[in-house]
Design a protein around this ligand. Sequence first.
Ligand code: GTR
Length: 333
Amino acid sequence: MQLRAHRLKQALAATALGAAIAVGAGTFAQAAEWRAWNIHVAGYPNTVAMDKFAELTAAKTEGRITIRNFHAGVLGSQPDAIEQVRAGALEVGNFNLGPIGPIAPAANVVSLPFIFKDMGHMHRALDGSAGEQISAGMAEKGLISLAWYDSGARSFYNSKKPITQPSDLNGMKVRVMNNDLYSGMISALGGNPSPMAFSEVYQSLKTGVVDGAENNWPSYESTGHFEVAGYYSMSQHLIIPECVCINAKVYNALPAADQQAVKDAARESAELQRALWDDRATKSREMVIARGVKFNDIADKSAFQAAMKPVYDKYLADNPDIAPLVELIKNTP
Ligand code: GTR
């Protein structure tokens, strides 16, 4: 009996020692697991690309960093998630620069309606000094942009009628993302802006809380908004880039080699995202038109552009130091 008790004690001690060694070793070589926020559903270009980003990060850091993606906005709304990444409650997010603008004024230039002529213009501006200034403005607010994703051009859609001129928006209730520039844009066109979370838009369109919203083809399709707002009018008033953003403290604490690995992983995922984007935009457009969406082009956008003067004036009055950045973008060939 005594011998058995002794052996048991010995065995327990050995187990405890083993466990202590294991814990110690684990602590020493501890792998970081990051949580990443993404608003989009399975199959969406950003979702596929974020999965690629996770896979590449694990491979390039030999498992020192793994990323767990939370898709479909399950971790909360975009403005909340941006705050969480800034605070370090989440490490990573794929964010649209729209809701980042109110936090980082330099990043808000991309939310000035019609500032980019087309996607190519946006890419050239982001790849140059304008992109650097935008990144620096975001970094000051605790967000490091590792790479840029595409988000196409946003156009108006609604449940009432085709939009061909600004007066068609008169009195229309239009959902916008949380950003005063977008509210100002709708007001300048004579509509009533209604800022709300992405996840609430379908129900709001369906029940008539809002008459319309605005987005690119893939989001119009993937959310099912086309089912409840069947007029899509190609105003293309906003071309907003998106980032793969990481908490600045987390990024700055990494050894240089891992910073490079994470950046490379994000950039490679962005190449994939951009390639998938064009294909999805075409397919989404074809799909919703086949499902009965009435779509109209707006060949001459000059009346919409002219109506944006008060939006620009207010932004520049509030942020006079950003004027050179606005000029730089406008003058980017
Ligand atoms: C999408 C964008 C999302 C979100 C959404 C919205 O195009 O990818 O990040 O910003 O629009 O309208 O809220």
